[in-house]
Design a binder for this molecule. Structure first.
Ligand code: PEP
Ligand code: MN
Length: 304
């Protein structure tokens, strides 16, 4: 058996960057020396909904839109996602705004179906140890955001990343999204110590997801600030045009105004540790005016 962290460990040579930059498309990356922001609804619910979040996010210089087309739900009777139609909406967002788009896949079949529509795959907490899926993700080249399992140790998390990398795909981004504990006052416990530890042990970019980590809207911005302060390479956050109407994870969804506030509050924290926000230059040049985008999302643009 290969040593743990064979491919994950930090290079000994100081000439190499301490955090690898993973490209999502030609103009967007996570890692390196900048902070990457990823925002979007828990689930893709309609073209209008994702487009509205994307337009707002783009105006805030957030380069990546994330929305679930396939949803891993605790109950089989809950909304399972829009599937292919949701992927088509994400593709439309990508083409219209120039943003990188990300969505979760739970099986090899979904990975193959989603491949043409996405810039990056998300592997959710419940599939962190879906080893056959991890191996297939390793055989293709699209980047993978790997979320930490609900009760996974840091070592298990790293082995899962190694599963992808050992098959030949180095484009792995880790995401701390909170772990289970005895206390149900918050949805999970944001393991900030693990973020610092992962940064120490590996060269992979590490994201913090303050939405699933806390499960509570009012706690999302403070947790995001803490994530940036402890050295995360980016923040993955859930936002919805009408948070209380979210079909999933309504209690933790930020409003679009909250998203603006988040960016405002992250800036001084980022500056304090010498980081700036990654801006997708190509996305800034893509359709950005309200008139240009109106043809795509005519209903709610007045609210942007
Ligand atoms: C999600 O990102 O919407 C999600 C289901 O997250 P997690 O896998 O971290 O629970
Ligand atoms: Mn969610």
């Amino acid at each position: 058996m290969k040593d743990l962290r064979q491919t994950l460990r930090k290079p000994e040579s100081t000439e190499k960057p301490s955090t690898s930059a993973v490209s999502l498309n030609e103009t967007t990356q996570v890692g390196g020396n900048q902070l990457a922001l990823i925002a979007g609804p828990c689930a893709v619910e309609s073209l209008d909904q994702v487009m509205e979040v994307a337009i707002h996010a783009k105006q805030l210089n957030i380069p990546c839109l994330r929305g679930g087309a396939f949803k891993p739900r605790t109950s089989p009777y809950s909304f399972q996602g829009m599937g292919l139609e949701g992927l088509e909406h994400l593709d439309q967002v990508r083409k219209t705004t120039g943003m990188a788009v990300i969505s979760e896949v739970m099986s090899v079949e979904q990975m193959n179906m989603a491949q043409p529509y996405l810039d990056c795959f998300q592997i959710g907490a419940r599939n962190m140890q879906n080893f056959e899926l991890l191996k297939e993700l390793g055989k293709q080249k699209k980047p993978v955001i790997l979320k930490r399992g609900l009760s996974s140790t840091v070592e298990e998390f790293l082995y899962s990343a190694e599963y992808i990398m050992a098959e030949g795909n180095p484009n792995v981004i880790l995401c701390e999204r909170g772990i289970r504990s005895f206390d149900n006052m918050t949805r999970n416990v944001l393991d900030l110590g693990a973020v610092a530890l992962l940064k120490e042990l590996t060269h992979l970019p590490v994201l913090v997801d303050p939405s699933h980590a806390t499960g509570k809207r009012s706690l999302v911005i403070p947790a995001a600030r803490a994530g940036v302060a402890i050295g995360a390479d980016g923040i993955l956050v859930e936002a919805h045009p009408i948070p209380e109407k979210s079909v999933s994870d309504a209690a933790q969804a930020l409003s679009l105004d909250d998203l603006t506030q988040l960016m405002k509050e992250l800036e001084p924290v980022a500056n304090a540790i010498g980081k700036s926000f990654f801006e997708n230059q190509a996305a800034s040049k893509a359709a950005t005016t309200v008139t240009e985008l109106e043809t795509v999302s005519p209903r709610r643009l007045s609210a942007v």
